[in-house]
Design a protein around this ligand. Sequence first.
Ligand code: ACO
Length: 436
Amino acid sequence: MNLSDKKATLSFSDGSPSVEFPVYKGTVGPDVVDIRKLYGQTGMFTFDPGFMSTAACESGITYIDGDKGELLYRGFPIEQLAVNCDFLDICYLILNGELPNGEQKKDFDTQVTHHTLVNEQLHFFLRGFRRDAHPMAVLTGLVGALSAFYHDSTDITNPEHRHISAIRLIAKMPTLVAMAYKYSQGQPFIYPRNDLSYTGNFLRMMFATPCEDYKVNEVVERALDRIFILHADHEQNASTSTVRLCGSSGTNPFAAISAGVACLWGPAHGGANEACLQMLEELQANGGVAKVGEFMEKVKDKNSGVRLMGFGHRVYKNYDPRAKLMQETCKEVLAALGLENDPLFKLAMELERIALEDPYFVQRKLYPNVDFYSGIVQRAIGIPTSLFTAIFALARTVGWIAQWNEMLSDPDYKIGRPRQLFTGHVTRDVPEMNKR
Ligand code: ACO
C-alpha cells in the first residue's frame, strides 16, 4: 500500500474535534481512506451495509473497472487470457501471480491431474442425500466433508500445506460436481482419466457411462474451458468475501470453501445463471419473442417483483466483458452443434436489444452480465439447469482459494469482525409469564 500525500479529514457539526485519516493509493482504481483508528479516536463506527464503499482487504489478484467494463487477472485483460490460455494456465496465474512457462505448465497440469480422485468414503457420504437434492446442497456438503480427510495438510500457517489444499480443491471439484450429477441421474460414478485435459475429463465424467464412452467434442471442450476461465475470480464478491471471513477464523480450508459454495448458491449471485435460463424458458413457453415487450413492462414495474435475470451488476456499470466473450462462445457452440436457430438464444438477443435501448436500463446502467449467455451454452452442451451454479463453483474455487491464501499470507491479517448500528431494545426486565 502506498501512502498518498492527501489526507482525509472528518469533522462534526457539534463542535467535537475533527480527525485526520491517512489515504492509500492502489496501483490502479480508487484510493482508500484508512479508518481503522476511527473507533479508537471518536468512539464511532462507519455504517456501510452491503459494503457499497468499503474495501475489506488489500489484494493483488483481480482488478475490475466497472465503469470501463474491464476485468484483469493479475494485470492481464480477460479478453487476452480467454483466447490465449486454458483454464489451468489461469489457475496457475491466479495462484502464483504469473503465467506458467512450458515446464511450469507441465508440472502444474501433472499435479492437478494426479489429485482428481476423491476418497471412496465420499461415495458413501453422497449416498446419504436424496437423489433429487439440489446439486448446490450436495456440493456444499461434499466440499465441507473434504475437511474430514487430508490430515496431512491442515496447518494453515504452512504455505506448502496451503498449496496442496489449493491443488486438491482445483483437482477434485470436477470429480465432485460430476458425482453429484451422476447421483441425481441414478447412474454409476465415472472415475477421472489422466490422459484427458482438465475440462475434457470433466465432460467425460459427466457424460460417459460404463456402457458407452464419451468422445470429447473440441468446440464443446473449449467453450466449457472458457466458462471456467471467465468465472475463475472476480475480486471481493459475496462468495469470495464469505471465504475470506470464514477463513479468517483460521478454519480448515475445505470448510472455508464450502462456505463460499453456500453463498454462491443464491439467485442474486451464482444462482443467477440458473434463474436466467428458467426465465428464458418460461418466456419462451409463454409466447417467446412476441411477448418480450410485455415481459419488459413487468421487469420495469417495481411492484411485480420481476427482475431481468442476467442483467445488472454491483460493480459493472457497463457491458460485463465476460458477457461479450460468452456471447461469442454461445454462437460458436450453437453453430458447432447445429443449433443456430436456438429459440432461447434468439430470445436472449432480443431481450438484450430492447434493454440496451430502454431508458430504464440505460439510466440505471444495467447491462448483460456473464450469466446472460452462459446458461444457453451450458444447456446446448447438455448440462442440466440445476447444475449451472455448481459449474460456477467449480470454476470459482481457484479464486476462492487464492484469495484465502493471500489473506493468510499477510502477516497483519486479523479475524474479520464487522460492527453494527444497534436499533433494538435497550436493557429491560424479563416480565413474569402472566404479564407477557
Ligand atoms: N432487472 C430490473 N431492474 C434491475 C435489475 C434487473 N436485473 N438489476 C437492478 N435493477 C434496478 C433496481 O431495481 C434498482 O432500481 P432503483 O434504483 O429504481 O431502485 C437499480 O436497478 C439498482 O439495482 P440494485 O439492486 O440496487 O443494485 P445492486 O448493485 O444492489 O444489485 C444485482 C446488483 C444483485 C446483480 C442486480 O442487478 C440483480 O438482481 N440482477 C439480476 C440477478 C443477476 O443477474 N445476478 C448476477 C450477478 S453476476 C454474478 O454473480 C456472476
